[in-house]
Design a protein around this ligand. Structure first.
Ligand code: MLT
Length: 263
């Protein structure tokens, strides 16, 4: 996997295709492998780059105690520049979506278009923050394998293919403990960006799985209502991991969206 030094880290990535840059940002506590199908299927449309965020996958370098969305947004801005580009079509899932919204807040001109999959703009409420602390405790007491097993089920629809769950589990099991803890802290502290949604002028597609139990369709509908001109697609027979659970449908929605926003 190639990597690029940005600031104090080296960010690894997978790539395919050529043309305008499309940047794929993964969720928690996953890595660039979750976009494998999209890199195969969208290579005719874009130079597709799936990055491993700081601390994840094969990226190397400092992981702060809290991996904030702002730290990742700064990394993504530097990463796009290091690729020699001025803009990207950003495709982001869940925590990746939190990062994409922080990018919009800081560097709107970097974003040519936006796909927000299975994500939200709201901050954690008190119950959500308590769940982050409980997840840290669970990780330390029961270990990464137990967390991975529980999350592989929670992030996917009940009828999801075993291969998909195995892929999710494998990514979580290979994520460092420090990264998982720092990501939980970063998400716990993240800003509420609901008010900012009205300022998004980039073409935006929102995608959600009909059985997403983490960021359910109602959350996606609210985001679509708040982002001017955005469209919403609900993917059937999918939980939170739409790009992996329904890869063909997800990729078709993205390529159709790019075709529309290019014209
Ligand atoms: C993710 O998939 O990135 C996480 O479920 C997001 C979250 O826990 O808020």
């Amino acid at each position: 996997m190639p990597s690029i030094d940005v600031g104090d880290v080296s960010l690894s990535y997978s790539e395919s295709g050529s043309g305008p840059l499309a940047l794929f940002i993964h969720g928690y506590p996953l890595d660039a492998r979750m976009w494998r199908h999209q890199l195969e299927r969208l290579a005719d449309h874009r130079h597709c780059v799936a990055v491993d965020l700081r601390g994840s996958g094969k990226s190397e370098g400092e992981v702060a105690d809290s991996l904030s969305m702002e730290i990742h947004a700064e990394d993504m801005a530097a990463f796009i520049a290091a690729l020699g580009e001025e803009q990207a079509d950003v495709v982001a899932l869940s925590m990746g979506g939190y990062v994409a919204l922080a990018m919009w807040e800081r560097y709107p001109s970097l974003i040519r278009s936006l796909v927000l999959a299975d994500t939200q703009a709201k901050a954690d409420d008190d119950a959500g923050k308590a769940k982050r602390d409980a997840a840290k405790e669970f990780l330390v007491s029961d270990g990464r394998q137990a967390l991975a097993g529980a999350m592989a089920v929670a992030l996917t629809a009940p009828d999801s293919a075993v291969e998909v769950r195995a892929g999710v589990r494998e990514m979580i099991e290979s994520t460092e403990y420090e990264t998982i803890v720092a990501a939980l802290e970063g998400m716990k502290q993240r800003a509420d960006r609901t008010e900012m949604l009205g300022s998004i002028t980039a073409p935006t597609l929102i995608i959600v799985g009909d059985q997403d139990g983490v960021t359910p369709p109602a959350v996606a509908e609210a985001m679509a209502g708040a982002i001017p001109g955005s469209s919403l697609e609900v993917i059937s027979d999918a939980g939170h991991m739409t790009p992996m659970e329904q890869p063909d449908r997800f990729s078709t929605l993205v390529s159709d969206f790019w075709t529309r926003s290019d014209s």
